[in-house]
Design a protein around this ligand. Structure first.
Ligand SMILES: [Zn+2]
Length: 333
C-alpha cells in the first residue's frame, strides 16, 4: 500500500487515481492523510517508483536523527551539491555573462506553512519567465522560501546556506525557477538536466540596521501562517527584495539544498546582502512545526527541547569538488 500525499503533482499516478473508486482518510502523527485504493494493478517503472517513494514517503528534517547528515542514506547524489563556501580568490570572472532578465510584476502567490519552512508558491507556474544571465533556457518562477537560524536571548545562530570566505550571514532567500523550454511540468524539471535555477539573496541582520520596510511584508505574512497547512494568498513580485541592479552575480552548478537534492540547479547569487533589523530576523521564528493544540513535540528542530518553532532550517556547506564559481563582474573585494 502506498501513502500518497500530493497526488495531483504526480502525472503518471494521477490518471489512475481518477479511475479509482474507494477513498478513505486516516490520521498518522496528528496529520490527516487520504488513502486511495486502485481498482486494478498498473505498471510503474522502477525509476519512477524510486523517485515517487523518495519524494513522497521518506521523512527528513533538520534534526540529528533525520537531518542533513542522514539525507544521503536515502537520496543518492554525486559531487555537485549545494550550498558551498565561495572563496573569492578562486572565482573566475567571465565577461560572457549577461545581466539577468526578470519581470518584476506582482503575481498571486500562496504562502503556506510546510512544517519545516514557509513556502511562497506561484499560483500559475508559467506566469513569470526568467532568462539571460548564465541561463541557456527560459525558466519560470515556481516558489520562494527562506533559510534562517535560531534567535535566542538576543543571540543569533547564523542561518544562511552559502558562505563567502567562510563568512556566514543571518539568513538567505531562495527563489526557485523551472525550465519551461525543455519540460512540461515543474515536477519533470525537478528531476531532469538543466531543470532548475535558483537565485539566492543573502540577508544580514544587526541591531544597528534600521527596519527594512519591504521585509515587513514577509514578517506579516509569516504571522498569518503560524501553524502547518495554514496558508494565505498574497500579491507580490517574487523579486521585490532584490537589488535594483541584477547585473552583478556569482554563478555555479549545484543542487537543491533540501531533498531530493537534485544536481540540476544553476545557482545565481547576488554578492551584496540586504539588511534587516535584528527584530525582523527574530520575527522569522514565529511559525510552528506542529498543528495548533497538538501535544506532539517537534522531532525536527535543533532548538530548545520541546520547542515547536521552525528555525535552524539550513544545510551545512558541501564540498566544492572540481566546480568553478564564475562572476559577471570584476571588482571582487
Ligand atoms: Zn532553499
Amino acid at each position: 500500500m502506498m501513502l500518497i500525499r500530493q497526488i495531483n503533482k504526480i502525472p503518471f499516478v494521477k490518471k489512475r487515481y481518477f479511475n479509482s473508486k474507494l477513498l478513505t482518510s486516516t490520521e498518522i502523527d496528528n496529520k490527516s492523510y487520504i488513502w486511495c485504493f486502485f481498482e486494478s494493478h498498473f505498471g510503474l517503472h522502477r525509476k519512477n517508483f524510486h523517485y515517487f517513494h523518495h519524494l513522497y514517503t521518506s521523512y527528513w528534517d533538520y534534526s540529528k536523527e533525520h537531518g542533513p547528515d542522514h539525507w544521503q542514506e536515502i537520496w543518492e547524489f554525486k559531487n555537485c551539491q549545494s550550498p558551498i563556501d565561495i572563496i573569492k580568490q578562486n572565482i573566475e570572472y567571465d565577461n560572457s555573462l549577461k545581466p539577468l532578465e526578470l519581470i518584476t510584476k506582482p503575481i498571486q502567490i500562496n504562502a503556506r506553512n510546510l512544517g519545516f519552512n514557509i513556502s511562497f508558491l506561484a499560483d500559475n507556474f508559467k506566469s513569470l519567465v526568467l532568462c539571460g544571465g548564465p541561463l541557456k533556457y527560459n525558466y519560470a518562477f515556481r516558489e520562494m522560501h527562506f533559510h534562517w537560524g535560531e534567535v535566542h536571548k538576543g543571540k543569533c545562530n547564523l542561518g544562511c546556506e552559502h558562505t563567502f570566505d567562510g563568512k556566514r550571514f543571518a539568513a538567505e532567500l531562495h527563489v526557485v525557477h523551472w525550465n519551461t523550454d525543455l519540460y512540461e511540468t515543474d515536477m519533470q524539471a525537478m528531476r531532469s538536466k538543466d531543470g532548475l535555477t535558483v537565485i539566492g539573496l543573502l540577508i544580514d541582520a544587526s541591531d544597528l540596521y534600521e527596519q527594512n520596510k519591504e521585509f515587513n511584508f514577509i514578517n506579516e505574512t509569516f504571522r498569518k501562517v503560524l501553524y502547518p497547512n495554514e496558508h494565505t494568498i498574497i500579491n507580490i513580485s517574487p523579486y521585490f527584495l532584490f537589488p535594483s541592479c541584477v547585473q552583478n552575480y556569482y554563478t555555479y552548478s549545484g543542487s537543491l539544498t533540501i531533498p531530493p537534492l537534485s544536481e540540476n540547479v544553476t545557482w545565481v547569487l547576488f554578492p551584496d546582502p540586504i539588511r534587516i533589523s535584528f527584530n525582523q530576523l527574530s520575527d522569522l521564528s514565529v511559525t510552528h512545526s506542529v498543528e495548533k493544540n497538538s501535544q506532539q513535540k517537534a522531532r525536527h528542530l535543533s532548538t530548545e527541547a520541546g520547542s515547536t518553532i521552525i528555525t535552524n532550517n539550513f544545510r551545512p556547506i558541501q564540498p566544492l569538488n572540481n566546480r568553478i564559481v564564475r562572476s559577471s563582474f570584476k571588482n571582487l573585494i
